[in-house]
Design a protein around this ligand. Structure first.
Ligand code: C5P
Length: 229
């Protein structure tokens, strides 16, 4: 039986930047035999394509047109868990991690027409079931009726520490105080943005991971899912 026909739950995860949503979401999906998608990758893929085509990332009309025109596809990695975004037949992976893409993606993600298109794609993926989906507004707007809604939180100090460790682990230089500053700035932007700001769904399970390991947080989510099963 295919994953889709088993139609397991939709597990929606939101929370501030640097809290470990993707790591935790992947751990949960692996354990359940579900798929995982970081929906931020979809906004990043569109941003990358816009930059490649020389489209101004403040031009909402052109960005909406681009989002509508592209052929979107989603393919699982070899492990069958992590879903990658494919646009016009090309998987986009490393290029969407570029700094210029990250910087521009919050502008792109603020365009209503872009959000409408990507929301429809996210709902289509979610309607196949058995999926862990993370990203802004997934618990509040995209899947307000998801079987599980999790809001992950952690102190700014801890998020800065994790991000520094992650960068240093990847061989990059990282300054803790600069990273702390940028996390504070991003948190303000996320809370204040006009369209789909960071918001806790009323019925989301809130997990503060400040003093927990990623495995412990994943374990808590899995326990909730198993109880419901
Ligand atoms: O999480 P990540 O940095 O990869 O997301 C890229 C951009 O897309 C960010 O500005 C983020 O706020 C935005 N985003 C969004 N809605 C989502 C996922 C990401 O607006 N569901």
């Amino acid at each position: 039986m295919s994953r889709a026909s088993r139609k397991g739950f939709v597990i929606a995860i939101d929370g501030p930047a640097g809290v470990g949503k993707s790591t935790i979401g992947t751990l949960v999906a692996k354990e359940l035999g579900y798929r995982f998608i970081n929906t931020g990758d979809m906004y990043r893929a569109l941003t990358w394509k816009a930059l490649e085509e020389g489209i101004d990332t403040r031009d909402g009309v052109a960005l909406t047109r681009l989002a509508e025109r592209l052929a979107w596809d989603f393919k699982a990695n070899e492990d069958g868990v992590i879903i990658r975004t494919v646009i016009d037949g090309h998987p986009v992976t490393t290029q969407i991690r570029e700094e210029r893409v990250g910087m521009n993606s919050s502008l792109v993600a603020g365009v209503p027409g872009v959000r409408r298109k990507l929301r429809a794609l996210q709902r289509k993926l979610g309607n196949q079931g058995s999926i862990v989906m993370e990203g802004r507004a997934i618990t509040t707007v995209v899947f307000p009726d998801a079987a599980f809604k999790v809001y992950l939180d952690a102190s700014i100090e801890e998020r800065a520490r994790r991000r520094t460790k992650q960068l240093r682990g990847g061989g990059k230089k990282a300054d803790l105080s600069k990273i702390r500053e940028s996390i504070i700035q991003r948190a303000m932007q996320d809370l204040q943005r006009r369209i789909n700001p960071l918001r806790q769904a009323e019925d989301a399970v809130v997990i503060d991971s400040t003093s927990l390991t990623m495995l412990e947080v994943a374990g808590k989510i899995l326990e909730l899912v198993r109880r419901k099963r």
